[in-house]
Design a protein around this ligand. Structure first.
Ligand code: SF4
Ligand code: FES
Length: 363
């Protein structure tokens, strides 16, 4: 078994934004009993002991946690590379300077679109001005900056202008992340899924920008799952390189796995090492022994690991089936029908984005 490379620490699900593709769970109330500072320090110490090199601090909005600076400092003392994944709401100059002094290595800021009114509409709250100001602050303080933009049918036609904004903000890296259809995004799928024509327009724009900006800005763009022939190797394989700790201390192979009917594993009951190495949850889909046909005899089984377990569960009700995104899957018709519906809907009606309700927060 490999050592985990990265730990995604979802410090809280509280967030001032209301994005319609939010990756927070739908049953937020079940996760309100957040780990204390001392518990997070223990998790980070155990992660370093397990071999984790990178700590991604996320949420919700991690800046909501008053102890963020302390957690960053502790991780830095253990030699971990720390990355703050934030909406930037709450990244004031004072907070930024404290994080800089604590040793934070990298900042990733999400922006919903290049145009202020659209960005605010997607975020469900006025936030564009604060985001761009925070991005400039990040660069002023000498951090490397990643700008992350979740793509969907309401902003994918603006990729050229989104890239221009990232360039203007002097981003070192831009992640054009097509929406992953779990949780809230799944609920809003009809309003979010882009059409095949939109994707066809986006790709040459990205290709040209990659060439033009190759010395200045790395551009990550991954074709959305639903439009590909093969699935992605989700998380680099189940329980293979990454683990996620969510606000209440549950440990997961990937953030949406809380929705799967699998045994829980919590840092409040077990060590991180036991969970990684021996828990039934992490063992369940590790490697290739669990695979059904057509994955079992497929030459790509160690390339994509049969795709995404969460997607298989969401689309078929069985997490152990081949990801229906794969054109070889017996369930591929489900995905093909969703893409057809998006193509037919293109230009026909204006979809309404349903914002995510505001989470309650108990700390
Ligand atoms: Fe991947 Fe399975 Fe499809 Fe083969 S059949 S490409 S292993 S998802
Ligand atoms: Fe859970 Fe892909 S998101 S396995």
């Amino acid at each position: 078994m490999d050592e985990p490379l990265g730990l995604l620490a979802e410090l809280t699900y509280a967030c001032p934004l209301h994005c319609p593709y939010c990756s927070n769970p739908l049953n937020l109330g079940d996760f309100g009993d957040e780990l204390t500072t001392e518990e997070w320090r223990r998790v980070v110490t155990e992660a370093a002991g397990l071999g984790v090199l990178q700590l991604h601090l996320s949420g919700g909005e991690p800046l909501v946690r008053r102890d963020l600076v302390e957690i960053v400092r502790h991780a830095g003392d253990l030699g971990l590379y720390t990355n703050l994944i934030t909406s930037a709401a709450g990244l004031t100059p004072r907070r930024a300077e404290q994080l800089r002094a604590a040793g934070l290595d990298h900042v990733q800021i999400s922006i919903q679109a290049d145009e202020p009114a659209l960005s605010d509409r997607i975020a469900g709250t006025p936030s564009f001005a604060r985001k761009t100001a925070a991005a400039r602050l990040v660069k002023d303080l000498g951090w490397p900056l990643t700008v992350n933009v979740v793509l969907h049918r309401h902003n994918i036609d603006r990729i050229d202008r989104i890239l221009a904004l990232a360039e203007e903000l002097a981003a070192d890296r831009v992640e054009l992340a097509n929406t992953q259809y779990y949780g809230w995004a799944w609920r809003n799928k009809e309003a979010l899924l882009p059409s095949t024509a939109q994707l066809a327009r986006a790709e040459p724009v990205v290709r040209a920008a990659r060439i033009r900006l190759r010395d200045r800005m790395e551009i990550i763009y991954v074709v959305p799952d639903y439009h590909g022939r093969y699935p992605k190797p989700c998380m680099g394989g189940w329980g293979r390189r990454q683990l996620t700790v969510v606000p209440n201390g549950d440990v997961l192979p990937c953030p949406p796995a809380h929705a799967l009917p699998l045994p829980r594993a919590s840092v409040r009951e077990h060590s991180l090492a036991w969970i990684w190495e021996s828990s039934p949850l992490f063992q369940r889909f590790r490697g290739t022994d669990w695979m059904p046909e057509p994955c079992r005899s497929c030459p790509r089984r160690e390339v994509d690991f049969g795709g995404c377990r969460c997607q298989a569960f969401l689309l078929t009700g069985d997490a152990a089936r081949t990801d229906p995104v794969c054109h070889l899957s017996p369930d591929h018709g489900i995905v093909a029908a969703a893409v057809r519906a998006a193509d037919e809907a293109a230009g026909r009606r204006e979809h309404v984005l349903a914002p995510r309700p505001h989470p309650g927060r108990r700390v």
